[in-house]
Ligand binder design. Structure first.
Ligand code: SAH
Ligand code: SF4
Ligand code: F3S
Length: 496
């Protein structure tokens, strides 16, 4: 089941693999310029910051965890809702003060807000020296040089190919146990409310061999969980006719000598189910999670792959957004309520009631009636989500909804509907957590609990945080915990 020989060959064949030192001494190297990165938004943005750190380290920068120590500060920004942008604007005000004390300090804006506002950002925020969009991160050292010479530096070109496949990310603020691995970039869905297709560009999938190699490398360094990331992981597709043919022997080797699923060997194109299986086969002790699944695309093949592997976590994030078919149509989600319910039924049929399910919900989308809002609540009642991310609709300039539909639900109505959604979810989360009481859960220890050093915490298969007494245990180990109590957020118990 080990992958090392094949991976070594693949690595050697790599075009321009950036092999970076990762020691603490290196971090502290005297005389190096220092980079501080702050990330906002989704997990993909946090993963991107680790790419940026790698690119900058290759250009001679060390990373620091304090803004005050830095020569260069990057804010990796999010544009998903207006309040995400306001948070960043607020942070820039603080940085203006810092720059006054240290005029040579460079401030860069990266990510989705940079992509959305482009040069406008330089006009609006005088403190900003560098603007780099999500596909321009290889260019960052050059942009920094330009900024050092006193010019404002901008690159917001979106690419159809860039996946940063060859760059080994520098893990920032890592617990050394869990890590994100990007498997694709961009999004080709045009949900009418969403700014992501404009800020992240066209969808493209990353070379599966570089993904497996990255996950294997993490495992070798002691990590025990990877989360495969994409805006819509179910549309992952790798068409590498030549590569897959030439490497068909590798495919066999990569996943060991067991029976190989048809999604890997019989076709020259690899689906998400096939990729998931390749990563799951790295090692039974390496847990695999993934996010986000799109209800229109998730296949039974993915669900069966999850069922076959104990180390693929029994948890699916399947954002519904609304429980009403008319609103879903306006949102351009391309599924309706019955379709969504059918997907939930498939999950329950193939993976059982034990599978954790979470969602994203939006309250007060354009023209949503009270009755339609009630349907979001009844969908939640039907599914009984373990967890939900819930938002009031925020109109984003340039999106289909901003162009076509008036943002006509008053703010106080959006907020009230949102609080009803949140209250309902709290009930469901508590109920779904209570069912674990009396059960023994396998937990991967992530580190000390937030509240007390005498306790450790880690997640169970369904992504629920479990807290238990420390004993002689260490992070990175798996333990069995008998759950004795819970809140709507956490399970508590004792190691058995
Ligand atoms: N690709 C993922 C979602 C990424 S954005 C998917 O399709 O499920 C994360 C979440 O932010 C979305 O699921 C949605 O619930 C929310 N969101 C996106 N745009 C929004 C907007 N304009 N107003 C409020 N919430 C929004
Ligand atoms: Fe946005 Fe829809 Fe793409 Fe998700 S699938 S990123 S909500 S456009
Ligand atoms: Fe935000 Fe961009 Fe992610 S808008 S949610 S950081 S893809």
């Amino acid at each position: 089941m080990t992958l090392i020989p094949e991976l070594t060959i693949l690595q050697a064949a790599d075009k321009e693999h950036i092999d970076l030192p990762r020691t603490l001494e290196d971090e502290l190297a005297i005389g190096k310029k220092r980079l501080y990165i702050e990330s906002y938004g989704c997990q993909m943005n946090f993963a991107d910051s680790e790419i940026v750190a790698a690119v900058m380290r290759n250009a001679g920068y060390a990373t620091t965890s304090t803004a005050e120590d830095a020569d260069v500060i990057f804010l990796n920004t999010c544009a998903i809702r207006d309040n995400a942008e306001q948070k960043v604007r607020h942070r820039l005000k603080h940085l203006t003060g810092l720059k006054r004390q240290k005029p040579e300090l460079l401030v860069g804006m990266l990510g989705c807000m940079a992509e959305r506002l482009k040069t406008k950002l330089l006009e609006e925020e005088k403190v900003v020296d560098i603007v780099a969009g999500p596909d321009a991160y290889r260019d960052i050292p050059k942009l920094v040089e330009e900024a050092e010479s006193g010019q404002k530096a901008v690159n917001v070109f979106l690419s159809r190919e860039e996946t940063y496949a060859d760059i080994s990310p520098i893990r920032l603020n890592s617990n050394g146990v869990t890590a994100f691995v990007s498997i694709m970039r961009g999004c080709d869905n045009m949900c009418s409310f969403c700014v992501v297709p404009f800020t992240r560009g066209r969808e493209r999938s990353r070379d599966p061999y570089s993904i497996v190699r990255e996950a294997q490398d993490l495992f070798d360094r002691g990590y025990r969980e990877v989360t495969l990331l994409g805006q819509n992981v179910d549309s992952y597709k790798w068409n590498d006719e030549l590569g897959m043919m030439n490497r068909s022997a590798d495919a066999g080797k990569l996943i060991g000598s067991q029976t190989v699923s048809s999604s890997i060997t019989h076709h020259s194109s690899l689906s998400f189910a096939g990729l998931l299986e390749m990563v799951a086969r790295i090692h039974p002790e390496l847990r695999v999670r993934f996010s986000t699944s799109h209800p229109k695309d998730i296949t039974d093949d993915v669900l069966y792959t999850m069922a076959r592997y104990d180390n693929i976590c029994n948890y699916i994030h399947l954002p519904a957004q609304s429980g009403n078919s008319r609103v879903l149509k306006l949102m351009n989600r391309t599924y309706d309520r019955p379709w969504y319910i059918e997907k939930i039924n498939s999950i329950r049929r193939i993976l059982g009631d034990d599978c954790g399910i979470s969602t994203d919900m939006i309250s007060g989308f354009c023209s949503e009636t009270e009755a339609e809002h009630q349907e979001s609540l009844t969908l939640m009642d039907f599914v009984q989500y373990d967890y939900a991310y819930m938002f009031a609709y925020s109109e984003r300039p340039g999106t289909l909804a901003a162009k076509k539909y008036p943002d006509d639900i008053p703010e106080d109505v959006k907020k009230r509907r949102l609080s009803e959604i949140i209250a309902r979810q709290l009930e469901h989360s508590a109920k779904r957590n209570q069912r674990h009481i009396g059960q023994v859960q396998r937990v991967l220890i992530e580190g000390p609990s937030k509240r007390s050093d005498d306790f450790l915490c880690g997640r169970n298969d369904q992504n629920k945080m479990v807290v238990f007494p420390k004993g002689d245990l260490q992070k990175g180990q798996y333990v069995n915990v008998l759950v004795t109590e819970c809140t709507s957020a956490t399970l508590r118990g004792d190691v058995v």
